[in-house]
Write a protein that binds this ligand. Structure first.
Ligand code: SRM
Ligand code: SF4
Length: 566
């Protein structure tokens, strides 16, 4: 490992605890943008500068600067909010953003197309709702995600509590946030530390924590730097198995980068789980690669040093060794749709949100419908890691009212008669994501419709298949856990990955590289037919492909780059 600090590290060091010149850049009305350095610092505050890629060429021809805007992401541990907060966010989407709310793959909201002038008002309105955006992006611990069904038991509630505590413990502390966005006085003093845990350099790279409650793995727990698997015995939360070193980002043509599932390293009792997460984040803080950002995620620290090294480090940072991991079973990583009743008699409705985008379309007034529900709902809203939504804690008395609104606005249309799309997920990609090489969110519905044709022809229209699509290899829609995974290569071209399991515990394999829709569908058609004819009872598509030897399950990270078919 090279000792020279990367530019990003030097920027953090000189930023005066994430202040940089963000405030001055916001005040400059000559441009819709802020400087490149401030854009990097802005991420820690939960925002990214972007530009509308649909309009880039046109603006260039008109000799205008790109149509700059900002994406803002909320920190929302466990994905829970009140109806009043929903209504507030819905209003902000109109006041300051593009009239949509985007539910993300990490259980929170994004606003898109926020102009520079609207950034501060938006931040203030979000904070007035007792929500914030701190650490939603940047080289710190990100939104802590967990299973979406806390109503299932007291143990589930305890896990949600743990998600909050971990998020709060690992949140950054500097006064920069309240000064820049909330107008508080500057507390910066040269030489005085404002970050007891992170210090001036924060983490080498983003850091993610998820908690799964077996048998559900709707958060894809093993895709995280720290994956916690709740161990519940006789209805009581005992503690957590800790898995380390998950992460999906990779770059084409860079064999040293690869997706990796976290490795289960041991068990920690519930009372000390927050300390354990802090200890692990500190191991990465002190040992992660700060010279090369492509090699800076925790997964590389683990692979470079080995699991034994990690366990020794853990003992020294935490003050006790990891205990032996306990047995667990994960069965599915999708959401359970429709109404469910809990032990207390409350009801919970999981709704499919196409592409995670809460917007009114001519065919379905989704946003209006949810707004009307929020206006009368007395429970909570809960976001899932599959970009869907739970209307949670509906009383038996209120259920008919909510159900009538669902019917009126056709909010469960997506769940009727079209099971294939329920387990499909796409990242944002065009037009806002600066890294997109191909479409994802906007193209997924069309692709799924064609795939629906294939499963119908094969006589298995009710089959659930996990489909994940992203506009580039970064993995925001967790494509490497798709039974069918597509990652964008160029406009209209994707790499096709096949053979993940249905529970988020086996990565898929690259099958075809840089192919168009026709080739993808021609490839999948005979596989789906063979699956329909030869599958075993309850067998999933990815498992079938592996059992039949169509895709090899065993692979080293480097093999990820070698297509099985040319
Ligand atoms: Fe992501 C960067 C969107 C979940 C791995 N991700 C981005 C950016 C900010 C693009 C950029 O850097 O300019 C995207 C903004 C698009 C836009 O216009 O809104 C973006 N990521 C998303 C979201 C919104 C996708 C979605 O459709 O829901 C998800 C927001 C999650 C959240 O609420 O915090 C999102 N990103 C993920 C996940 C999935 C997860 O965490 O479960 C991953 C893979 C897991 C992982 O981190 O390894 C992921 N995003 C990345 C990476 C690759 C990181 C790496 O290790 O190389 C980047 C690029 C980077 O960091 O350099 C990235
Ligand atoms: Fe953008 Fe790539 Fe993430 Fe999709 S996977 S949102 S294209 S960075």
């Amino acid at each position: 490992m090279n000792d020279k600090l990367s530019e990003a590290e030097q920027l953090k060091l000189s930023s005066r605890y994430l202040r940089g010149a963000i405030a001055e850049g916001l005040a400059d009305i000559a441009t819709g943008a802020i400087s490149e350095d401030d854009n990097k610092l802005l991420k820690f505050h939960g925002s990214y500068q972007q530009d509308n890629r649909d309009l880039r060429d046109e603006r260039r021809h008109q000799k205008l600067e790109p149509l700059y805007s900002f994406m803002i992401r909320l920190r929302l541990p466990g994905g829970v909010l009140s109806p009043a907060q929903w209504l507030g966010l819905d209003q902000i989407a109109d006041d300051c953003a593009n009239g949509t709310l985007r539910l993300t793959t990490r259980q929170t909201f994004q606003f898109h197309e926020v102009l520079k002038k609207d950034l501060t008002p938006l931040m203030r309105q979000v904070n007035a709702l007792k929500l914030d955006t701190k650490g939603a992006c940047g080289d710190v611990n990100r939104n802590v995600v967990t299973n979406v069904n806390p109503h299932l038991s007291a143990a589930h509630e305890a896990v949600h509590q743990a998600a909050h505590e971990i998020s709060n413990r690992l949140n950054w502390q500097s006064g920069a946030y309240s000064e820049i966005w909330l107008g508080e006085d500057c507390v910066y003093q040269d030489g005085k530390s404002e970050e007891p845990f992170y210090g001036e350099r924060y983490l080498p790279r983003k850091f993610k924590i998820a908690i799964a409650i077996p048998p559900d793995n709707d958060c894809d727990v093993l895709a995280n730097d720290i994956g916690l698997i709740a161990i519940i015995e006789q209805g009581e939360l005992q503690g957590f198995n800790i898995a380390v070193g998950g992460g999906f980002g990779m770059s084409y043509g860079e064999p040293g980068t690869y997706p990796r599932l976290a490795t289960v390293a041991g068990f920690v009792e519930k009372e000390r789980i927050v300390d354990a997460c802090e200890a692990i984040a500190a191991i990465q803080r002190d040992n992660g690669d700060r010279s090369n950002r492509l090699h800076a995620r925790f997964k590389y620290t683990i692979d470079d040093n080995g699991l034994d090294w990690f366990q020794q480090q853990f003992e020294s940072y935490f003050g006790a060794p990891l205990q032996e991991a306990r047995a667990f079973e994960l069965t599915a990583n999708g959401d359970r749709f429709g109404w469910t009743e809990d032990d207390t008699g409350d009801w919970h409705l999981t709704l499919f949100i196409p592409g995670g985008r809460v917007v009114d379309r001519e065919s379905s007034p989704l946003r209006t419908g949810l707004r009307e529900i929020a206006a009368i709902h007395q429970g909570q809203f809960r976001l899932t890691c599959n970009q869907n939504l739970v209307i949670a804690n509906v009383t038996a008395e209120q259920k008919p009212q909510i159900a009538a609104l669902v019917e009126k606005y056709q909010l469960d249309d997506g769940t009727r008669g079209k099971p294939l799309r329920l387990n499909a997920m796409a990242c944002v990609a065009f037009p806002t994501c600066g890294l997109a090489m191909a479409e994802a969110e906007r193209y997924l519905p069309e692709f799924i419709e064609k795939l629906e044709g294939l499963v119908e022809q094969a006589g298995i229209p009710d089959q659930l298949i996990n489909i994940r699509m992203t506009g580039c290899p970064n993995g925001c829609g967790r494509p490497y856990l798709g039974e069918i995974g597509l990652t964008g290569k160029a406009l209209g071209k994707y790499n096709l990955y096949l053979g993940a399991d249905f529970s988020g515990q086996r990565l898929n394999r690259l099958y075809l590289e840089n192919v168009d829709e026709e080739t993808i569908l021609d490839t999948l058609k005979p596989m789906i037919k063979q699956f329909a004819d030869e599958r075993e009872q309850d067998e999933h598509f990815g498992d079938f492909l592996v059992r039949k030897g169509i895709v090899e399950a065993e692979r080293s990270p480097a093999m990820m780059h070698q297509p099985l078919k040319k």
